[in-house]
Design a protein around this ligand. Structure first.
Ligand SMILES: [Zn+2]
Length: 250
């Protein structure tokens, strides 16, 4: 894994131990939790934006076809936009992670001793004595130098870099699932009850997504539920009012 010979490894003394300050030290990301959180946020987005859209149209007209067309267009546009946005942002992140790993790989070849000192310095920061830190760094370097540097220095697991296509698909699907709820309630129920039924269904769904996102973030659930439900109700109220005003004009 490393070009460092046993003699070179022994050549580094505890006094040499220390961080190299020209590289960022990012904290690690908890991947699985991020996926769940992204899914809940995508669904939440789908619920709120589609509910706002169909309520706006329902405020202007009772024509089911008009509401359906607007809702479907909003669902498709929103899902694709979420997917494209996620693809771009995850691609950018994985590009930058790959670039950092490439740099690390190069440094391990070009200046293995400095890299060993740097790695040991990070263990000193974590609380080991320089002697022990150096021993730990030597053994980890002998085992898998790149993995040790990626994890300790960059907070990256080289085997676990998010695929942008997976991320794009996940947010497209979660947005679509969320968007289907207000779309179905507003188009399946009769004109007299479609608005109140949608408000109630969306309120419950947003309570659920608010609760779930608070659980994933270990935050207080009650405040998150209240904020999320009120935000969604506000969005629906505003678009319904605008739809009603415009509908009365035309
Ligand atoms: Zn390094």
């Amino acid at each position: 894994m490393t070009d460092l010979s046993p003699a070179q490894l022994d050549d580094v003394s505890p006094e040499d131990v220390g961080p190299h300050d020209d590289e960022p030290h990012q904290s690690g990301l908890n991947n699985r939790l991020n996926w769940l959180r992204a899914g809940v946020l995508g669904a939440n987005d789908g619920i709120v934006s589609t509910a706002g859209l169909v309520m706006g149209v329902a405020g202007a007209t009772t024509d089911r076809t008009a509401i359906l067309v607007a809702g479907v267009a909003g669902l498709v546009a929103g899902a694709l936009s979420m997917g494209a946005g996620e693809y771009v942002s995850v691609s950018t992140q994985s590009d930058s992670e790959q670039a950092l790993l490439d740099k690390e790989r190069r440094e391990l070849v070009e200046e293995p001793q400095e890299e060993l000192e740097e790695l040991a310095g990070l263990y000193v920061e974590k609380g080991l004595t320089p002697e022990l830190a150096l021993e730990v760094a030597r053994q980890l370097t002998a085992h898998d130098a790149l993995a040790a540097h990626a994890e300790t220095e960059l907070g990256i697991d080289p085997d676990d870099i998010t695929n942008p296509w997976n991320a794009a698909l996940a947010s497209t699907v979660s947005f679509t699932l969320g968007a289907l709820l207000p779309l179905l309630t507003i188009t399946l129920f009769a004109a007299g009850v479609r608005v109140p039924v949608t408000v109630v269904a969306v309120g419950f769904a947003l309570a659920l997504t608010g609760w779930a996102s608070a659980r994933f973030g270990y935050g207080p659930a009650k405040a998150a539920v209240v904020r999320n439900v009120l935000g969604g109700l506000f969005a629906m109220g505003v678009t319904y009012l605008i739809g009603a005003l415009l509908g009365a004009q035309v």
